[in-house]
Design a protein around this ligand. Structure first.
Ligand code: FE2
Length: 411
């Protein structure tokens, strides 16, 4: 760690060279770069050509070279993210002063209205017109069709269950979305699809991977969570499509038939050579820690840890997606549900991590309030995650202190 010259420090694989600047204080050592105030843009690493820049000086196209965490250790932006304007806004909303970026810049698609467009300047609406989004949407739809074919062949025992091959498209989608930080931008804007099985399975896989990453699980467990999310509803292959696609409320008999997908799915995979967490997830993803789930009414730690992650991803995606019998539910209403029931029903670390991180993905998004006003989310209240501060024109509305007001939609 220490080195023979004052201007040079070795941290892990990095050899940092500090160009002398006037008035450096004692905090400005190699080990505390993340929390040092004032720009130190002249610190470079010989080995990997990364530099420390002030958050105020970030520009689109810079590539994050080290995971960026909040001071209380929550992931803000993963390594390798190519920063766009929204990412920079998100980083600025935290009390961080400097982050590490690579020397080389990359190009980012400019997220601005195309000439002649009469699109209003909401972030979501701009995003939906970017090439990245259009490509992502096309690919997730293509992958969803491929998944349907694969599941059908698996159900007929026509092909072996190759988990790595099945999850490959999920990792392609991550790359296209610009990594973990971008995936919710994409998913938030794909809420009109009512596919309750295949695209839902891809969504749940993406969300499970992200949550496992936020929880800092080991790499192999993140892979298992990704695969478990993808396969959790494979038992729906055995449920009649009239039940899966019924627009009216299901009868008691139909509800019972639908619930059988967990046992039917488990029957299909129980003797296969796949990770036991995946098998457990297929069986347990509707179990809840207070015993109110199904099929076994398991409680607390009797529920598989990976299944607990997939359960949260599954509930979030189900509620925030369009279904044949209802429109998507606003994510902030879902967050409120998690705030009220989360600790009883879901694994506490997983649900707290999920809520604490997902709400940050909405910073700078435009929302409509229950009084009809429209504004941008500018600040997340850590004590009331579903009640951020919204800037409507010149007015800052703190929803935590406006009891009757809530967010009704993200626009
Ligand atoms: Fe399910």
């Amino acid at each position: 760690m220490a080195d023979d010259a004052d201007s040079k420090s070795v941290v892990g694989n990095h050899v940092w060279v500090q160009v002398p600047l006037p008035a450096l204080n004692s905090k400005q050592s190699a080990s505390s770069f993340f929390i040092v105030k004032n720009a130190i843009s002249l610190i470079l690493c010989y080995n990997c050509l990364m530099k420390l820049v002030s958050v105020d000086k970030l520009i689109p196209g810079m590539v994050v070279s080290e995971n960026v965490y909040t001071l209380d250790d929550r992931l803000v932006m993963p390594k390798d993210t190519v920063l766009n304007e929204k990412d920079i806004e998100r980083i600025k909303s935290y009390s961080l002063y400097n982050i590490f970026v690579e020397e080389e810049m990359k190009t980012v698609a400019k997220k601005e209205d195309k000439p002649g467009s009469d699109l209003p300047p909401s972030y979501s609406e701009k995003l939906r017109n970017t090439e990245e989004f259009i490509k992502f949407k096309q690919h997730i739809e293509d992958y969803s069709e491929q998944l349907e074919e694969s599941f059908k062949m698996l159900a007929n025992e026509a092909i072996p269950l190759d988990v790595d091959k099945l999850t490959e498209p999920v990792y392609h989608l991550f790359v296209e979305a610009g990594g973990t930080a971008g995936i919710f931008d994409m998913l938030h804007n794909l809420r009109d699809n009512s596919d309750a099985v295949y695209m839902h399975s891809l969504n749940v896989s993406l969300i499970s991977n992200t949550l496992a990453t936020w929880m800092k699980l080991p790499e192999e467990m993140i892979s298992v969570a990704t695969a478990a999310g993808l396969l959790h509803d494979i038992g729906k292959m055995f449920i009649p499509s009239e039940i899966l696609n019924k627009k009216q409320k299901l009868t008691e008999y139909e509800q019972k038939a639908l619930k059988e997908h967990v046992l039917k799915g488990y029957q299909l995979v129980k003797d296969k050579d796949i990770d036991p967490h995946i098998k457990n997830t297929i069986l347990m993803h509707h179990e809840l820690r207070d015993g109110s789930g199904y099929p076994l009414h398991l409680r607390n730690d009797k529920i598989d840890e990976i299944s607990s992650i997939v359960t949260i991803a599954n509930v979030y995606d189900n509620l925030t997606s369009k279904r044949v019998f209802r429109d998507p539910i606003c994510p902030f209403i879902v967050l409120e549900h998690f705030e009220q029931n989360g600790l009883e029903k879901y694994e506490p670390n997983a649900i707290m991590t999920f809520m604490g991180n997902i709400v940050n993905t909405f910073i700078t998004n435009r929302v409509m309030l229950s009084n009809g006003k429209v504004g941008d989310i500018v600040f997340v209240n850590p004590d009331h995650l579903s009640k951020p501060t919204v800037k409507c024109g010149d007015e800052f509305i703190d929803l935590a202190h406006n009891k009757g007001l809530s967010i009704v939609s993200v626009i």
